[in-house]
Design a protein around this ligand. Structure first.
Ligand SMILES: [Zn+2]
Length: 149
């Protein structure tokens, strides 16, 4: 683990822990770092200065503020988010959206009432169970809200 003193564009500084410097770089590149004081994602590493408490420069104008600690976003989560976002894009561009009629449409395709094509939509757990019982293959995928990407 490595601790960095970070600073946002509003000049708030705070400490954050990272697994290593590469982890910091990835999170910084993905704008996943946010200032706990103002929420700004324009965060960069503050210059590392030796912790000098000499009387050379007594800075009483700006006492360092304490802020809530920032927890590290695990790299696996970042990668998972990226995969889910890619999956969503893939499905949306290649499959037809059928909304709540998913079960009905899946049956029509399964029983040859409609030409086979990729569909996606919503279904209820009960309908999902019924589809499985009928041997209709489909997959449930976690749907990442777009606004959250
Ligand atoms: Zn800030």
């Amino acid at each position: 683990m490595i601790k960095y003193r970070l600073r946002c564009d509003k000049d708030h500084s705070f400490d954050a822990w990272f697994r290593d410097s590469a982890t910091y770089d990835k999170q910084a590149d993905a704008s996943l770092l946010a200032c706990p004081a103002c929420g700004s994602s324009a965060v960069s590493k503050a210059l590392m200065a030796p912790n000098v408490s000499s009387s050379k420069k007594k800075d009483d104008s700006a006492p360092e503020q304490t802020v809530p600690a920032v927890s590290e976003v695990p790299q696996e989560m970042i990668e998972l988010r990226q995969k889910l976002a890619a999956l969503r894009t893939e499905v949306e561009s290649n499959f037809d959206y059928v909304g709540k009629d998913f079960a009905e449409e899946a049956r029509k395709i399964h029983y040859g009432e409609k030409d086979p094509h990729g569909i996606y939509g919503e279904t209820t757990p009960t309908e999902a169970e019924a589809l499985r019982d009928e041997g209709i293959g489909f997959g449930a995928i976690p749907w990442l809200p777009k606004s959250d990407a």
